[in-house]
Design a protein. Structure first.
Length: 195
């Protein structure tokens, strides 16, 4: 089973996170940030990963530590659940429309952490959520997961739609990349023999 449990406690956050890459998209999310709860719930649904997140963070400061540390835990969990990455497709991409927004994501489960984030958002906030935290989340996620991830805003003006489009698009890209490739069952998808 491709599952992982991550417990991470710092002076800023206390996080319990569970993931099942072969789930049904069920989620139980309590991050302390309503907007992030919404994003992680739809991430779980569109990836079909079962995801449980409980975070107690220093939200009286702001949501920065909570968002970044959950990104770290999610990335760590994906990496751990994938193990040697045998038989996976490795690559995934999705051009996803979200009303007027159009978001492209493409990723490689490469063992090399890299984020190319080309997303302009005019608004500084969605509710009480700083829109710049979306990039912080993905940066933390790719560092911990060692995934190469490109995210581009191809169109869109509404900040909520642009960020939601990112989470849905990356979820769909990951869903494709972690799926099994029947033609290369049990093989590590790299000429190096390791990812």
């Amino acid at each position: 089973m491709r599952t992982a449990y991550i417990k991470r406690k710092t002076n800023e956050t206390d996080i319990d996170l569970k993931i099942d890459l072969d789930g049904k998209g069920n989620s139980e999310i309590d991050s302390g940030c309503g907007f992030l709860d919404h994003m992680l719930t739809l991430f779980s649904k569109h990836s079909r990963f079962d995801l449980s997140v409980k975070c107690v963070g220093d939200t009286e400061v702001d949501y920065h530590h909570t968002v970044e540390d959950i990104g770290i835990c999610l990335g760590t969990a994906v990496k751990k659940a994938l193990g040697e990455k045998r038989g996976i497709k490795r690559y995934g991409s999705m051009l996803l429309p979200m009303d007027e927004a159009l978001i492209l994501s493409a990723l490689d489960i490469s063992g090399r952490a890299y984020l190319a984030y080309n997303v302009k958002i005019k608004s500084d906030r969605v509710g009480d959520f700083d829109t710049e935290l979306a990039e912080e989340f993905w940066q933390a996620f790719v560092r911990a997961s060692e995934i190469t991830l490109h995210i581009r805003r191809m169109g869109g003006t509404n900040a909520h739609h642009i960020i939601e489009g990112q989470f849905k698009s990356v979820a769909r890209s990951l869903r494709a990349a972690v799926s099994y490739d029947a033609a290369s069952e049990g093989e590590i998808p790299s000429t190096k023999g390791v990812l």
